[in-house]
Ligand binder design. Structure first.
Ligand code: PRX
Length: 637
């Protein structure tokens, strides 16, 4: 295979979409075959595998009982609680059915939403699979999000049931869920009818959930051994909603279909992740993020692999923990974020070679720009190939990849996210004119619709917002914007991703919206106004800085007053958004730089904070405001 084979493979996926995807579709089980491969009669909305009936849970679990019932499906390792447990496909089938029977008793059926707000416990995965088994739509909310964030998502998804736990554990510290869940139940206008609580063996009280709580242990006891028939759903019926941040303060519910999702993810295991059924994949992420949905849960299971589910930090009990897992479980494919690797790079390098990691063929990294030194360091110290891949919650699977059929033997160029993945017609558009830019020039990464199978079908409950958000930046109404800057190398066609063009911050691979953070800070009684920007950080990719205009300027004149307000601003972000969004520093300014029409100039603030030129300031209303930002001094960490 050569790069020509890659080009031919990719070209066919664009020029003969229907033929190409009809073939890929054979990788999954269809209860009823589809009638048409693609319906693009209402652009930019694309429907894949029309008329086909399938079920994600059947493909991920039941289907494998024939050939691999005794093979491991999930291997759970928690270095937080010390728990370690494996589930064969047969055992997974049992657990998922029990969970499905429990949800069914609570009235959950086809089309109903179930919010899953949980730490990395296997029960979260049982719950996800149980939902799709019943034709219900899950919406997993990252277990580190604060109550208010959870409440916002409940308001939008209007779930019949919520599944949660009594606690998360991070870095050995127990994080009780009771205050979070109870506060969210009070804050939401649509409390779920029942809250199922999975109890773990840590010292934390069960949430009260406004009297709607049920202990999952009781449900499990009652329904153990029951089997629940799979609900066959039409290919375009939603399988899940996953909320993600954008430029506004209101998170967007990314809606995924069923058939396209199953086909895209299953085929990606073969073509993008170059793996085989029966092998072991270790994706170190969280089920609350898209990487977890796709590559801890659905893709490896649908493809018949064993998936390692890890709860804990990469450096605890020591920085060798992941490689010990690789050795002990014979991991073949690993997937994590560049931040995690940067964290390991700060540790004793001996840990990288202490264990036998010879089973590991490829380490895949995604979620944020992968810098060359990190990429090289990981490849050299592990003796494995490191493969960058670029994608988004919206797409659900890679857009660009350095591993594809035909690229196996191409040299990996550190710093490049690789080539367009089959199915993606990738373009680069001029930010102002919206026309395509030639290779070698920087542009906004765009995808010509129809988006391939597996990508979001719409924003939950808001088709118009879907079109407005993603398809209105360029003159071509069928051009999807990723909001990322990119450039294509003139000589070899490789792509380089250079960060977001909008107000999304990426901290350690976690996607955060500036507006969400600003709204939280502005709720502080002593704050008049706030700006949140993401600035470069050596380890986390970016960190959040907050520029705050206090109501009483006098208060921040003393060190003590400033320290107190800074702490309480950080606290309010913790409380309303979650600790991952907490500003690294809070600066107090007299006013924020704005345009004459009142638009906050976040990019100029960011440029100053990164010691760069603040750019075109002709629209700036009051130049003095920038001086005030400048005067905040060098960035403190
Ligand atoms: O800015 C890009 C960055 O992460 C964003 C998507 O984040 P999220 O929705 O959380 O999905 C993560 C899925 C892996 C993108 O818009 N991003 C993701 N991968 C890369 C990246 N930036 C540079 N290089 C990457 N490989």
């Amino acid at each position: 295979m050569s790069i020509q084979d890659y080009r031919a493979f990719h070209r066919r996926s664009i020029e003969d979409k229907e033929g190409f995807w009809a073939e890929q579709a054979r990788m999954i089980y269809w209860h009823k075959d589809f009638e048409r491969v693609l319906d693009f009669s209402r652009p930019p909305f694309a429907k894949w595998f029309l008329g086909g009936e399938t079920n994600l849970c059947h493909n991920a679990v039941d289907r494998h009982l024939e050939d691999r019932a005794e093979q491991n499906a999930l291997v759970y390792v928690s270095t937080e609680t010390g728990e370690q447990k494996s589930y064969t496909y047969r055992e997974l089938y049992g657990e998922v059915n029990t969970f499905a029977a429990s949800l069914k008793e609570l009235g959950v059926g086809r089309g109903d939403r179930v919010v899953i707000y949980m730490p990395m416990m296997v029960e979260a995965i049982f719950a996800m699979l149980a939902c799709v088994r019943l034709g219900a739509i899950h919406s997993v909310v990252f277990g580190g999000f604060a109550a208010e964030n959870l409440a916002k998502r409940i308001d939008d998804a209007k779930p019949k049931v919520m599944v949660t736990a009594n606690a998360g554990v991070r870095g050995g510290r127990v994080i009780p869920y009771r205050p979070l869940v109870d506060e969210a139940m009070e804050a939401t206008g649509h409390p779920p009818e029942t809250v199922v609580i999975c109890r773990r063996e840590v010292d934390a009280e069960m949430p009260q959930a406004a009297g709607r709580g049920m202990d999952y242990a009781d449900l499990r006891r009652k329904h153990e051994g029951e089997e629940v028939p799979v609900e066959w759903v039409e290919s375009s019926e939603p399988s899940y909603i996953l909320y993600t941040s954008g430029t506004t303060g209101t998170p967007k519910g990314v809606q995924r279909d069923t058939g396209g999702h199953a086909v895209a993810l299953t085929s990606s295991m073969k073509h993008v992740f170059a793996s085989n059924p029966g092998e072991t994949m270790f994706t170190a992420s969280d089920i609350g993020w898209v990487v977890g949905h796709s590559y801890i849960v659905y893709a490896p299971l649908m493809y018949g692999m064993a998936s390692i589910v890890y709860e804990g930090l990469p450096i605890r009990p020591d920085p060798g923990i992941w490689w010990r897992i690789v050795q002990d479980h014979g991991v073949n494919i690993m997937f994590t974020s560049p931040t995690a690797i940067r964290a390991l790079r700060r540790q004793d390098p001996e840990y990288m070679t202490k264990y036998d990691t010879s089973t590991l063929r490829n380490l895949f990294l995604a979620g944020e720009p992968l810098d060359e030194p990190t990429s090289r360091w990981a490849a050299e110290s592990l003796g494995t190939s490191v493969r960058d891949n670029y994608w988004q919650t919206e797409t659900g699977w890679p857009i660009l990849s350095s591993m594809l059929p035909g690229l196996e033997d191409e040299p990996v160029v550190a710093g490049s996210a690789g080539y367009p993945v089959y199915g993606y017609d990738v373009r680069l558009m001029h930010e102002v004119t919206g026309e395509e830019v030639p290779a070698g020039e920087r542009g906004i990464v765009a995808i010509k619709a129809p988006l391939p199978p597996g990508c979001m079908s719409t924003i939950w409950g808001d088709d118009e917002r879907f079109v407005q958000t993603y398809f209105s930046d360029f003159p071509d109404p069928e051009m999807y914007s990723t909001f990322d800057w990119g450039v294509k190398d003139e000589r070899d066609g490789r792509y380089y991703i250079m960060g977001r063009s909008d107000d999304v911050i990426n901290v350690s691979g976690h996607r955060l919206g500036t507006r969400e953070i600003e709204e939280a800070i502005s709720d502080h009684p002593e704050v008049a106004e706030a700006a949140a920007v993401g600035v470069k950080d050596e380890y986390k990719g970016q960190v959040v800085l907050a520029y705050v205009v206090p109501k009483d300027g006098g208060k921040v004149e003393t060190d003590a007053g400033r320290a107190e307000l800074e702490q309480s601003v950080k606290d309010i972000v913790d409380r309303k958004v979650g600790a991952i969004a907490r500003p690294a520093s809070v600066y107090f300014v007299e006013a924020l730089p704005k345009t004459r029409s009142g638009k906050l100039l976040r990019r100029s603030i960011q440029a100053l904070a990164e010691s760069r030129d603040p750019g075109d300031l002709s629209t700036l209303e009051d130049p003095g405001t920038l001086d005030s930002v400048r005067a905040t001094g060098p960035v403190r960490k």
